[in-house]
Design a protein. Structure first.
Length: 276
């Protein structure tokens, strides 16, 4: 309850949570409101928004319902964002925890690997992975997670470096606890708050990366994603701008919601704010 009070005292965080719940509602109710395949032909191409009560947001150049693609695209965006974030955080925590806890040559080796990944721009590396392994939804999601782990790894390492010599860790070593138990049961829970906050950043970037890939026709064309819809609207951007603008607004609001939720979590988990 105290955490909830700390979170709710930020108006921006509340707005972000409401927007995120709206996107989540769209994802969960997509099959109920639009049970048909969102990529199937539904009506006359390029129907204007609100011009036909059957298609509140209009249709694209192929005659597919834009509203159906927006609702089903919420599923794709949240799925990619959540799974890619889990992959990035798990990889980052494992590498950062080992580097920060053991130090020495282990730290040097793992940080050189991390720096090697960071020398190449994330999106460029993502393009290479997609070009080599394909553009299926699973491949794209895993690739986004793989290119996003260096920052969580560095954050985890910094937290472990500050915690590994604390009194409670020394007491665990005196009691004979193994390194695995000390890392994952004692130190990691104390290092989680900043990682939880940073997860929102990773999720927002994952949604943007998938949208950019879809815009370049490098994502899975067999799913109704917001990026695919923006890409399909490029050819009619000057005349039927709404085809690209509507999914663009959906991406903007989703990324904004995730960012504001992350800001609220940061305020609620910050120990300096708790003490006020």
């Amino acid at each position: 309850m105290r955490f909830l009070r700390l979170y709710m005292r930020s108006p921006a965080a509340v707005i972000g949570l409401l927007l995120f719940l709206l996107v989540l509602f769209m994802a969960l109710s997509a099959g109920w409101f639009y049970p048909r395949d969102p990529l199937s032909l539904a009506g006359r191409p390029l129907t204007l928004p609100f011009d036909n009560p059957r298609f509140l947001l209009g249709t694209d150049a192929s005659g597919r319902d834009i509203a159906a693609q927006i609702f089903h695209g919420a599923r794709i965006s949240l799925l990619i964002g959540i799974v890619a974030t889990i992959v990035a955080i798990v990889l980052g925590v494992l590498i950062g925890a080992l580097a920060g806890y053991y130090g020495g040559w282990v730290d040097d080796l793992l940080m050189r690997v991390t720096e090697a990944f960071q020398t190449v721009p994330s999106f460029l590396l993502l393009l290479v992975l997609v070009a080599v392994f394909g553009s299926s939804l699973t491949t794209v999601t895993l690739a986004i997670g793989i290119v996003s782990w260096p920052a969580p790894a560095r954050l985890t390492r910094a937290e472990f470096l500050s915690l590994r010599n604390r009194e409670f860790v020394q007491a665990c070593r005196t009691l004979g606890l193994r390194d695995g138990a000390i890392i994952f049961r004692e130190i990691l829970p104390n290092a989680m708050p900043p990682l939880i906050v940073y997860a929102s950043v990773v999720m927002a970037l994952a949604i943007l990366m998938e949208s950019a890939l879809a815009f370049l026709n490098l994502s899975d064309p067999n799913v109704a994603s917001w990026g695919n819809l923006i890409g399909h609207g490029r050819g009619v951007l000057r005349t039927q701008w709404y085809v690209s603008a509507i999914p663009g607004v959906a991406i903007l609001l989703t990324v904004l919601a995730v960012s504001l939720v992350g800001q609220g979590l940061n305020d609620a988990l910050n120990p300096r704010l708790k003490s006020r």
